[in-house]
Design a protein around this ligand. Sequence first.
Ligand SMILES: [Zn+2]
Ligand SMILES: [Zn+2]
Length: 132
Amino acid sequence: MSDSQLDCPKCDGTLETKTHEEISVQRCNSCYGLLIDPEMMDKMNDEWMVEKFFDVGPASVGRKYDKIDDIECPLCKIEMTRLTDPEQTHIWIETCPLCYRVFLDAGEYTDLKHHTFTDLFERFLKGKRFKD
Ligand SMILES: [Zn+2]
Ligand SMILES: [Zn+2]
């Protein structure tokens, strides 16, 4: 990979590439936010306990940065879209409408993996409406 260094969309930190098995994500060296490629997201959802390797930031830090919204995709430089789970409105993710990368605060991936995050994201990708 020849990715140049990206700035964290939420703080002054830098996103660093972190790899485990076949999965790599970008993680902020300051707030531990994660920028995840949709392909990697797929792999991560199949990988048992992968969150232990990537989602290492303290949830207290994540909650602080969770209050920041209106963030820009560090690659596309456009505003990321907030996706909310209609059944669990305390859960949301920021995703880029162009490259579909997702930005998660520290602790969020761990939290979401145990909810309906995969469903939410897949519905978004397919552009389908929620069933009633
Ligand atoms: Zn950061
Ligand atoms: Zn993007």
